[in-house]
Design a protein around this ligand. Sequence first.
Ligand SMILES: Cc1cc2nc3c(=O)[nH]c(=O)nc-3n(C[C@H](O)[C@H](O)[C@H](O)COP(=O)(O)OP(=O)(O)OC[C@H]3O[C@@H](n4cnc5c(N)ncnc54)[C@H](O)[C@@H]3O)c2cc1C
Ligand code: SF4
Length: 557
Amino acid sequence: MSVERESIDFDVLFVGGGPANLAGAIRLMQLAQEKNLNLEVALIEKGAEIGTHAVSGAILNPVALGELIADYTEKGCPIETTVRDDEFYYLTESRAIRAPITPRYLHNKGFYVISLSKFTKWLGGIAEELGVNIFPGFAGKEVLYDEDQDAIIGVRTGDKGIGKEGEQKDNFEPGIDLHAKVTVFGEGARGSLSKEIEEKLNIAAENMPQVYETGVKEVIQLAEDNYFKTSKGNDIHFLGFPLGLNTPGGGFIYEMKDNKISIGYLTGLAYDDPMIDPYEEFIKFKRHPFVASIIKGGKVVEQGARTVTTGGYYSIPKLTAAGAMFVGASAAIHNSPGLKGIHVSMKSGMLAAEAITEAIEKGDFSDASLTRYQELFDSSWIMDEIYPGRNFAQALAKKGIGKLFHLGAQYITNGRGLIDRMPLEEDCRTLLPLSNKEAAGKAGLGKSVYDGELYVDKLTGVYISKTIHREDQPSHIIVHDTQLCVTQCYDTYRSPCIRFCPGSVYEMEVDENTGTRRLILNPSNCFHCKTCDIKDPYRNITWTCPEGGEGPGYSMV
Ligand SMILES: Cc1cc2nc3c(=O)[nH]c(=O)nc-3n(C[C@H](O)[C@H](O)[C@H](O)COP(=O)(O)OP(=O)(O)OC[C@H]3O[C@@H](n4cnc5c(N)ncnc54)[C@H](O)[C@@H]3O)c2cc1C
Ligand code: SF4
């Protein structure tokens, strides 16, 4: 049935309300004021509010923030604590060995601990004061191209009020066509529209693939008398247990205010063992005697999960197309050795805003004109920061002692290492087939591990993250061939989706009488972390945006 849609024209449209796009929108309005330009600028965000889909660590290097809003303290920037010193530990199964030195890229003294959720909410308020039209609860569902299909002219937001079988319900509201001279994609890691554009316009063909880590993160309320009252550092990073050295990943604990902490564990999706479950790795990390001694007596108050893009410099696609720009984690912009993406994402948005202003002054929105953003990017301090990490993800993905040689060589040669432009493998290609015997020996953590307070299971985590989706709508997770799931994927990998998903969205049901297997989906549990879209070994899963305004309801992770 054809649907009549409203269409609205803007000068600039930002898709996604993360730090990259919010900084971009703020910088654009500042420049418009300076140059007396009258611009109509909009920003759409799929979360119900700005910040409700924001998950991070987070240590904030304030360099981009200071350039954007010099008086950020007076303007009420929500800072939890200032990092007074760093601690770095290697964990064996039972011990924590304090490293005598912290690697230089993890020197965070003087930086801030923030909640990305609170920080983006604050940035959103500033953008709105400057005149940006902010539309939370609207997901960019489709990219709009010109007639020749080679220039981007905006996005279509998702329809609302569609029933499970695709029928229009009484409350049906068609999506809106948002047209713009320039559309800026800041969808974060594995953006669904950015991915589609990269494939259609072939803008990442020359690059290494983008690779990711899945982070599961919590805010825990500790007692008044806790580790950080006497510790030297309040920013702690961990390597080793439980993943060991063969799989990239590690943990962090940062002190927040009011005796809260931010704790998380990242599992590199380059892992090869199909039985790995990133959520369980996080629980094992929390159960380590040293970590457990820091968090004892605490209570989980919020949980979230999200992938981080870690490929670094060689994974960054071309940053422009006709009518479009790509900023932040959508474009793999991340300081991987430093575990920081917020400030470089913000700066990329700010540079995009400068190039947009020049394009508006010239009235030219072709790819050649917008490429000014790429020039600004290439000569900015972002490059000074991320170029030395250009082979880091590749070295981390190596196994055994070889990894340490590569990392050591890169440390002393400012990133060049033993091989420059080391190859990277796509995360969906790294799983190794599992024999029945191996699978049988690897049961998941038992129920007794969870106490419902400090150690919560996946479903309790979904509840604590305030994740909700209307049940009565078509699944936003598309499994293209469900037969493949119960045959080839089960036989070869024992259905890794039921483990790699932190939200228990995937279940394998077995009929007791016939032994027939069936994949069950619970899309309403989805954290929007995008792990399934990345790690599925058959690329059989596509994550799409559900109705705008649904998903997690984060307020402090
Ligand atoms: C566990 C964890 C720990 C981290 N620790 C740190 C740290 O300590 N320091 C640091 O600097 N960085 C850290 N990072 C990385 C950092 O969070 C990211 O680099 C940063 O958030 C990227 O910003 P962004 O604006 O590009 O994307 P995001 O922050 O992901 O924001 C994208 C936004 O766009 C919205 N969106 C996506 N698609 C659409 C669509 N189609 N329509 C509408 N809206 C859409 C999303 O809902 C989201 O709000 C961490 C990340 C994780 C997951
Ligand atoms: S369904 Fe996919 S995106 Fe949603 S929580 Fe699970 S792995 Fe993450």
